[in-house]
Design a protein. Structure first.
Length: 407
């Protein structure tokens, strides 16, 4: 509960009038002071009334690509039994407030408001809660309360269709993608039996030890394994407008497009980031959510990684002294782990001088592709056998990607 400046003035006047009236025996002043005090008391009682409201909201849809339309429907129901509700309500949508009219809402009735959710910036847009403000008729006291929860709207990067995918270091004897539901050739792990699994895949010794059927999970090691490394350092994207680097947004679109294309082809793929964080690595199936939330959200963080400012939009800053150290550490991790045979590095014009760290990975990754976004001029290859793709945006990158004939 907050008292307005008018309420503070009236309360001070009530105290002064009552004090002077009693001290010097002026009944008129005492009456005015009592009236002022009664007005403040009435304002407190009026604003303190807590309406019984039920708030339900639904996003349509709750996951969209950047720039696509999305809307939020808010339904407010007066669950009280005695009084109608006439309130001033605002729904929080990202960093702006949307007015929700609640006028003469009788008991048992509801009102519905539908409005557009801004999707011009990629990230997670938290919508809610509904903020209801109660004021007395004289404007002396104001009380704000929150109703309902928060519904996130995921704004993903745009995904551009890619026809070509890397072929990898080796070819599968039965084609690029074998017609085997769970892979073949090489043992990978054990998992629980599900209806439909072949009994010849059951590992009986482990099943007897754990007390339930365990099935061998195999993979085809001849399939290409793609590693997408997205540069999320602020230094790589020097040009920003209103805190948003369009070249970084283009890199996010390219990363989402590559991982989606690989996932549709049932190819192993992993998405990594230069600024390290245990929660930023995402498998191919989860690339839209990873590229919309804490992993690579719009804005810039002081530690050298790009991030945003929402409650679901935080990235732990890398404990590294410079952006060059971050890329060098990421290259060392990739060299030691050898996660695949095709490395795709996506970055901005600010890291052209750092491509030597990526080119040095040719020994661990037979195919290295570098995508540079927003550069004023073509980028030199920098290392023998490294493919460099210069693109203005995600759509141009998709066109150039499909035109690459060697990996």
């Amino acid at each position: 509960m907050g008292i307005t400046a008018r309420g503070v003035g009236l309360l001070v006047a009530a105290v002064v009038l009552l004090g002077v009236g009693f001290r010097f025996a002026y009944p008129e002043l005492t009456l005015l002071g009592a009236a002022a005090g009664a007005a403040v008391g009435y304002a407190v009682l009026t604003a303190a009334w807590r309406p019984r409201l039920e708030v339900a909201r639904s996003a349509d849809p709750d996951r969209v690509a950047r720039g696509e339309p999305a809307s939020m429907t808010v339904t407010v129901r007066n669950s009280g039994r005695l009084r109608a509700a006439s309130l001033v309500a605002e729904d929080r949508c990202g960093d702006r407030a949307v007015p929700v009219p609640v006028l003469r809402l009788r008991p048992g009735r509801d009102t519905t408001v539908r409005y557009d959710v801004p999707t011009r910036r990629r990230g997670v847009v938290p919508v809610g809660p509904l903020r209801v403000t109660r004021r007395d008729p004289l404007g002396l006291v104001s009380v704000a309360r929150a109703y309902g929860g928060t519904v996130p709207v995921w704004v993903h990067p745009r995904i551009h269709p890619l026809r070509a995918v890397p072929t990898g270091a080796g070819r599968s004897l039965d084609g690029r993608v074998d017609a085997v539901p769970h892979g073949s050739i090489t043992f990978d792990s054990l998992r629980e039996y599900v209806v439909g699994d072949e009994l010849r895949r059951v590992h009986w010794r482990t099943s007897a030890r754990v007390g339930e059927l365990m099935v061998r999970e195999n993979v085809d090691t001849s399939l290409p394994r793609i590693v997408v490394l997205l540069d999320n350092r602020a230094a790589a994207y020097p040009d920003r407008v209103d805190g948003v680097a369009e070249s970084f947004e283009s890199g996010c679109e390219a990363a989402a497009s590559i991982v989606t294309a690989a996932f549709r082809e049932d190819l192993p793929v992993v998405l990594l980031f230069v600024a390290p964080d245990p929660e930023t690595a995402a498998p191919g199936a989860a690339v839209p959510d990873a590229t919309a939330s804490s992993a690579i959200a719009p804005g810039a963080a002081g530690g050298g990684g790009l991030t945003g400012g929402g409650p679901l939009d935080r990235l732990a800053a890398a404990q590294l002294s410079t952006a060059d150290d971050a890329l060098r550490a990421a290259a060392n991790r990739l060299r030691q782990d050898r996660l695949g045979d095709t490395l795709v590095f996506l970055t901005g014009p600010g890291s052209r001088g750092d491509l030597g760290h990526v080119g040095a990975l040719r020994g661990a990754y037979p195919s290295v592709v570098v995508g540079v976004f927003g550069g004023p001029e073509p980028t030199p290859a920098g290392a023998a056998g490294m493919v460099v793709v210069d693109a203005a945006d995600g759509a141009a990158f998709a066109a150039e990607w499909d035109g690459v004939r060697r990996w």
